[in-house]
Design a protein around this ligand. Structure first.
Ligand code: XMP
Length: 320
């Protein structure tokens, strides 16, 4: 395995040049493919691959329907501004169907992973001419796989591709020697705008991780609207991560003089260095009040807004 490159030891320009050369010599005059989510790792790998291969890198953004408001369009437009063409593949219904009836957090995660790799991306890769997959795996992903925290990090198996049968496929992981801070530095040096290289963490299962209980199109719309309010209110305050969570149980409220058995949103805002431990941010009460007002006014069906004041541990950052 290649050696770790710490942020201190990282010479971003030299790293970029070496990785670009390595990608070029591996792919030759072939075609490579990658999936972009808009997260720091996949964005950085897209820029590296594009620098190495230009149009011979095919980048797809899989619209799983679990993303935030206008997320796909905004990522595609940022990359278009950087001269990188990104293709949106609409797979909303496949993801929603796979989540139908599931309430257990791990079953929901498993359904999303399987739909992504085995069905949607697997199909795109098999149908493409590409024989090279560019992946934004970082050193922390490898550590977590070895420690059993993450699912098996075996992309071929995840894609449902038998390496024997698919002889000739090759995975390229240019970021495996880096941690997140190094990736951010490389992303910045590659010209990613700050909103991309400094993004707050967002989980792979996306808004499905912010809905307690079954994920439906209606609940996604509700949590998406609440997320918009929370991200607008809490962005730029230096918090590590912040989110809106839609609860499964209802509470009685009053709207226009009438009792309304409505839904609840929980807001979380975290101070943390590395997500391993975290404490709730001591937000000014006026900020909390304003968020509650905006959510009640802008998100249909919500009658209760709460702020979580528990630390991790025993809480986790996400609720699902
Ligand atoms: P927890 O909730 O475990 O989260 O305290 C720690 C960090 O990891 C993110 N997270 C996930 N990321 N897939 C991901 O890609 C997941 O299933 C997942 N669950 C949690 C979370 O947002 C936080 O930054």
């Amino acid at each position: 395995m290649k050696k770790e490159i710490t942020l201190k030891a990282l010479d971003t320009n030299k790293f970029i040049e070496e990785q670009v050369n390595a990608i070029r010599s591996l792919v030759g005059d072939g075609v490579a493919i990658n999936a972009l989510s808009g997260g720091v790792d996949s964005s950085t790998v897209t820029m590296l691959g594009h620098r190495a291969l230009g149009r011979r890198l095919r980048t797809v953004f899989i619209q799983n329907g679990l993303m935030r408001q206008d997320e796909a369009e905004s990522v595609v437009s940022i990359f278009s501004g950087l001269g990188v063409n990104v293709e949106i593949v609409d797979a909303k219904n496949e993801f929603l169907d796979s989540l139908k009836g599931l309430t257990d957090p791990e079953e929901k995660r498993e359904a999303i992973t399987t739909t992504f790799y085995k069905k949607v991306f697997g199909r795109i890769v098999r149908e493409s001419e590409a024989r090279f997959l560019l992946q934004g795996t970082i050193l922390t992903d490898i550590d977590e796989t070895v420690a059993g925290i993450k699912r098996q990090h075996n992309v071929f198996a995840q894609l449902g591709i038998d390496p024997q049968e698919a002889f000739g496929y090759q995975i390229i992981e240019p970021l495996v020697q880096l941690r997140k801070d190094g990736v951010r530095a490389v992303g910045r040096a590659l010209g990613l705008p700050e909103e991309m290289f400094n993004r707050i963490p967002f989980p792979g299962p996306a808004l499905a991780a912010r809905i307690i209980g079954e994920v439906t199109a209606e609940k996604l719309e509700t949590v998406r609207k609440a997320t918009l309010v929370v991200e607008k209110a809490l962005g730029g305050r230096g918090a590590f991560q912040y989110m809106a969570i839609l609860h499964d149980d209802r509470v009685t409220g009053v709207r226009n003089g009438k009792r309304d058995f409505g839904q609840q949103i929980e807001i979380r805002c975290w101070d943390s260095i590395d997500a391993r431990t975290a404490t709730p941010t001591k937000l000014p009460f006026e900020v909390l009040e304003k968020m509650a007002d905006d959510i009640i006014n802008e998100v249909p069906g919500i009658v209760s807004v709460t702020y979580n004041i528990t630390s991790k541990p025993p809480s986790t950052i996400e609720a699902v």
